[in-house]
Design a protein around this ligand. Structure first.
Ligand code: SF4
Ligand code: SF4
Length: 171
């Protein structure tokens, strides 16, 4: 069994699946949807107002964990750069026959190039597999958080949460 948040600082799948921000397996298979990996009861709620469809609720007290209404969520990704904890991702298992699209916040430079092959990392930042950068979205209203989408084999979609660029090593 995976060690969890308390031991490693990294949430296990078991812990994540118990939170109200985690979509059901059924919804995950139906198309792009937000995956909110927010497990600590901290006073924070920008995600609630970030979603134009009202698919995220924190409510009162403000330390509630965010709850995702998976039927309202379209997986648009607007909430991703507006979460100060970098805790929101969008997964699209319908991207292609073999690949899922994982979309995540990115706050490093240089930015990855679209269509490049990069190392996709797990929640601890360890390289896990290769993935293809599909989209790099930078907007003024996102401040300095860029939204990156990477295509990876479906079996990695619930583990890939970032990338690492090895400039000068063939990337
Ligand atoms: S992905 Fe879009 S629709 Fe879904 S919770 Fe985020 S902002 Fe709302
Ligand atoms: S904005 Fe991010 S860190 Fe804050 S409550 Fe929402 S998901 Fe958690």
């Amino acid at each position: 069994m995976e060690k969890g948040l308390e031991t490693t600082g990294i949430p296990s799948m078991e812990e994540l699946e118990k939170t109200p921000g985690f979509p059901s397996s059924k919804r995950l298979m139906e198309g792009p949807v937000a995956v909110i990996e927010c497990l600590q009861e901290i006073p924070c709620d920008p995600c609630e107002t970030a979603c134009p469809l009202g698919a995220i609720e924190v409510g009162k007290p403000i330390t509630n964990l965010p709850e995702l209404d998976e039927d309202k969520c379209t997986g648009c990704g607007i909430c991703i750069p507006l979460c100060p904890g970098l805790a929101i991702f969008v997964i699209d298992y319908t991207y292609s026959e073999d690949e899922a699209l994982v979309t995540f916040p990115y706050e490093f430079l240089p930015l990855p190039e679209e269509d490049s092959l990069v190392n996709a990392t797990d929640r601890s930042g360890r390289p896990l597999t290769k993935g293809r950068i599909v989209k790099v979205l930078a907007r003024k209203q996102f401040d300095r958080t860029v939204v990156v989408s990477i295509a990876v084999l479906k079996k990695y979609a619930q583990r890939v949460r970032g990338i690492v660029l090895n400039r000068g090593k063939g990337e």
